[in-house]
Design a protein around this ligand. Structure first.
Ligand SMILES: Cc1ncc(COP(=O)(O)O)c(C=O)c1O
Length: 355
């Protein structure tokens, strides 16, 4: 019996809809789909594959490269000369925005929340500065309070005769463009799975909104039964599954896809966040060591390590069967690792005197 997939749209037709949208090529695509037999063995099964979106290029890569291809088309169309954006001081989003802006000849102004690592010149913040972003770190810790500061920065730039483009942290337009990047990611993954004959039961990832929304929509529209399991990096007021489904539905409308996406399509977990956003967890440390030690693949402590900790837990507790197949989407974030060196429970090696 040949199982046929209930597709809403063929891969070629969905690709044509994506290709019709304004886009600036920024990412190195396709990213590899790596088989991880030593990780699988260490966990006693299941079969694990890692989609390497940490290798998208653009200032050390990560999931943002795919999203920014569509956002920067809008930034260029607006005729902007400066991008204004913000998040936490170790933000991968801001680091990759800076990389994209510089590559396209634009200036960057970042307003960054202090977060766990503050103004320490390491990891992502070091890269922002190296790429010449104008950075202000503020002693606040809430994304909601950031928007007025970004608006003030944009107004200040306007008064100085510049043409700023403000990337609003919660703007639905931005979220939809980012999700389109991951519908495109789902198309790429679908083709790789078909070429390798892999039928994953699950896709595991760490996402806040755009990445799981695009992936869930893309996989569902292509008829994949792969269950998306998302791990949030931060506690938000709105439950993740509802927010992700809302963004996925808006993205479906943008791509003219007649496909219902409901919170029930998304399995999202908050229980691996630990103490709070940006703080390393014991499970995350174990996940980082295990993947590095079995496959030589490096996770970041704030996002991908927490999702991998979730995957490990789900294997141990039997939520993922030993004979099942999982694709883990590595969303990047690896530069932040260097800002977290002191939190990884690794002592410096002894130094032997040779004199
Ligand atoms: C490494 C990493 N993984 C995952 C995410 C979450 O991505 P999204 O907001 O697209 O769901 C981010 C974004 O901040 C990130 O930097």
């Amino acid at each position: 019996v040949i199982a046929t997939r209930e597709t809403t749209i063929s891969r070629a037709a969905l690709q044509a809809r994506i290709d019709a949208l304004p886009r600036v090529r920024l990412a190195h695509l396709p990213t590899p789909l790596d088989h991880c037999p030593r990780l699988s063995e260490a966990l006693g099964g299941p079969d694990i594959w890692i989609k390497r979106d940490d290798l998208t290029g653009l200032a050390f890569g990560g999931n943002k490269s795919r999203q920014l291809e569509f956002l920067f088309a809008d930034i260029l169309a607006a005729g902007a000369d400066t991008v204004v954006a913000g998040a936490y001081s170790q933000s991968n989003w801001c680091r990759q925005i800076t990389g994209a802006a510089r590559k396209l000849g634009l200036e960057v102004a970042l307003v960054l929340l202090h977060g766990e690592k503050g103004p320490a010149l390491q990891g992502n913040l070091l890269l922002d500065r190296l790429m010449g972003a104008d950075v202000t770190v503020v002693d606040l810790d809430s994304m909601e309070r950031l928007t007025p500061l970004l608006e003030a920065k944009a107004a200040e730039l306007e008064r100085a005769g510049r043409r700023p483009y403000l990337v609003r942290p919660f703007g639905l337009d931005k979220l939809v463009l980012g999700a389109v990047g991951y519908v495109n990611g789902a198309l790429e993954l679908d083709a790789q799975l078909e070429a390798s004959g892999i039928e994953p039961d699950f896709l595991y990832l760490c996402g806040a909104n755009m990445t799981p929304a695009g992936m869930a929509l893309g996989l569902k529209s292509l008829g994949r039964r792969t269950r998306l399991t998302n791990f949030a990096p931060i506690v938000w007021s709105e439950p993740r599954a509802a927010d992700i489904a809302r963004i996925a539905a808006a993205t479906a409308a943008r791509l003219d896809l007649d496909l219902p996406i409901a919170p029930a399509d998304i399995d999202s977990h908050d229980e691996f966040i630990g103490e709070r956003y940006g703080v390393v967890t014991a499970g995350g440390r174990e996940a980082m060591r295990l993947l590095a030690g079995t496959e030589g693949i490096i996770l970041d402590p704030v996002y991908s390590a927490k999702a991998m900790a979730g995957l490990i837990d789900h294997v141990r507790t039997g939520r993922i069967g030993k004979g099942q197949t999982v694709v883990f989407l590595h969303t990047g974030g690896t530069p932040a690792l260097f800002a977290y060196a002191a939190d990884l429970d690794l002592a410096p090696p002894p130094t032997r005197s040779m004199s």
